[in-house]
Design a protein. Sequence first.
Length: 348
Amino acid sequence: MVMQKKKVFVAMSGGVDSSVAALLLRDEGYDVVGIFMQGWRNPRFECTWKEDRQDAARVAAVLDIPFRVLDFGKEYHEHVVSYLIDEYKNGRTPNPDVMCNKEIKFGLFFKWAMEQGGDYIATGHYIRKRDSESPELFVAHDDSKDQSYFLWTLTPEIIQKSLFPVGDYKKSEIRKIAERAGLPTAGKKDSQGICFVGEGSMVDFLRDHIKTEAGPIKTKDGREIGRHEGIEFFTIGQRHGIGAPGGTMPYYVAEKNARTRTLVVAEGNEDAILYQRELIYKNHNWMIEPVFPFVCEARIRYRAGRARCTVFEDGRVVFEKPQRAVAPGQSIVFYVEERMVGGGIIEV
């Protein structure tokens, strides 16, 4: 009796990582179907979605696997774009990649794939999965490419039905695999920034969607050193583009006060106002049942290192060492050794 192949729908973005994910799964004997997800198209800015869709289709042709396009434009605008705009309006710093994964890739796409009879979905994310009674997620083998930070919202039920084939490889190895297989995306550069923003800046995008109000730029001791066009355009920790004449030390954004429209800046990277030892998080998702308080490591932004901390039941996190540029709206993700155990949204 011939065993039926397990069917997996692979999210193919047109990049090398998802292309190799589809290749690896095909070679492992899965029944692979490539899926390109069309997001919201910004009428004001060009996006590379047409080229990306074409590249994904070309890879599927080389691999000789079925290929489909799903249009999630309306839903993407509702769940990702609107979320981003609302968060910036409220003076926070959102993470659209986290929301895209939650609502689109592991939300709508996952639901659609299961309804189509899929056994799994797969993506090109750099993260490792270990199957057990309750599946576990670990940081990627290539720590410089680890994307666990963007996947803390996944539930055990979704993880059980998800595959991450590239997580055990280094990026250089993925490119070599693509080259050997003759994939047209082998040398394609990694995408940068947010697709729907296009070639413009985030500030350009926000100007079209947010009515801003000017206000003062002040140091922590209350000295006004300039004016800004809108606090929504700034991110905690930002140095360039503040628009205040330089002093003896470079200025960094330290606080945004939406009520008074005040932008508070740190004077130099070592200014104490730029650092804090405690924060509050909300909207948590745990992949284990935590016993509070517990000690672990946490990451407060994608490129930040994992820092040792204690997590309390009331949502407090206390770090052993002060953390630089904690930004409300960003995610905090928790790790025990290399295992991702949960996350939440930074409140303050």
